[in-house]
Design a protein around this ligand. Structure first.
Ligand code: ZN
Ligand code: FE
Length: 265
């Protein structure tokens, strides 16, 4: 008889659209999926691996994160969880900061991370096979952060602060493969950051081999991501020089950094 260890989880990044990842976590029998913008790659993976979809976790309302929710729920009966303050395909279990979701026998803590959208949430589990795991949607990317479509710079800065405070070995599952273009910008902001230069070389090799750069880790992002480093001297100085800021207000610096990225080519 095969030994079944329900704590042994496999994490898979299913590519979708241009550059999305639909994150699938499974224990060999049951699966959860995060932000299924498209049902087809998820259904294909469930069939290929012989999995039952137990749970769908949604971080925010954008179509590339919710487009496959209804079809997957219909096909599998999976429970859907999503942000209480956003419109996602009904019915779903509405979640807000501090709520805990049980999925695959694991407890997932909900963290409010407004900024990209007004009600964006993230899901954090402190121990998945010995290390923490974070699903952060379009809030934190490797080397970057989401665009501010609905929230303010102050909100996004606070949201990123909350994620940066998670344990350094937390695996960061972002919803897009934006890493190389983010790192090109990061190098322009902080050319003297050696960890960043090394990380860029590593990610360039991964992409050349067709491999995702994700998951990243919170520790790596603290070391390389300018949006988690806007209070570090070299980043603050570069932003102030670029935007001709005459003061040191941390929200103004963060806002100018985000604006710089928006215009960066
Ligand atoms: Zn989005
Ligand atoms: Fe997205």
């Amino acid at each position: 008889m095969a030994f079944y260890n329900p704590r042994f989880m496999e994490l898979i990044a299913l590519p979708a659209f241009e550059d999305n990842y639909l994150w699938l976590l499974h224990d060999g029998r049951q699966a959860l999926v995060v932000d299924p913008g498209d049902a087809a790659p998820v259904a294909e993976a469930l069939a290929r691996l012989g999995l039952r979809l137990a749970c769908i976790l949604v971080t925010h309302h954008h179509g590339d994160h919710t487009g496959g929710v209804a079809a997957l729920r219909e096909a599998t009966g999976a429970r859907v969880h999503g942000p209480a303050r956003e419109r996602i395909p009904e019915p779903f279990v509405p979640l807000a900061d501090g709520d805990v979701v049980q999925a695959l026998g694991l407890s997932w803590r909900v963290i409010d991370v407004p900024g990209h959208t007004a009600g964006h949430i993230a899901y954090f589990c402190p121990d998945v096979d010995g290390a923490p795991l974070l699903f952060c949607g379009d809030t934190l990317f490797s080397g970057g952060c989401g665009r501010l479509f609905e929230g303010t710079p102050a909100q996004m800065l606070a949201s990123l602060d909350a994620l940066a405070a998670l344990p350094a070995d937390t695996r960061v599952c972002c919803a897009h493969e934006y890493t190389l273009s983010n790192l090109r910008f990061a190098r322009a902001v902080e050319p003297g950051n050696l960890a960043l230069a090394e990380y860029q070389a590593r990610c360039t090799a991964l992409r050349a081999a067709g491999t995702p750069t994700l998951p990243s880790t919170v520790g790596t992002e603290r070391a390389v991501n300018p949006f988690l480093r806007s209070r570090e001297g070299p980043v603050t100085q570069a932003v102030r020089a670029h935007a001709a800021l005459t003061h040191n207000d941390e929200v103004a610096v963060f806002a100018a950094l985000r604006q710089w990225k928006n215009e960066f080519r």
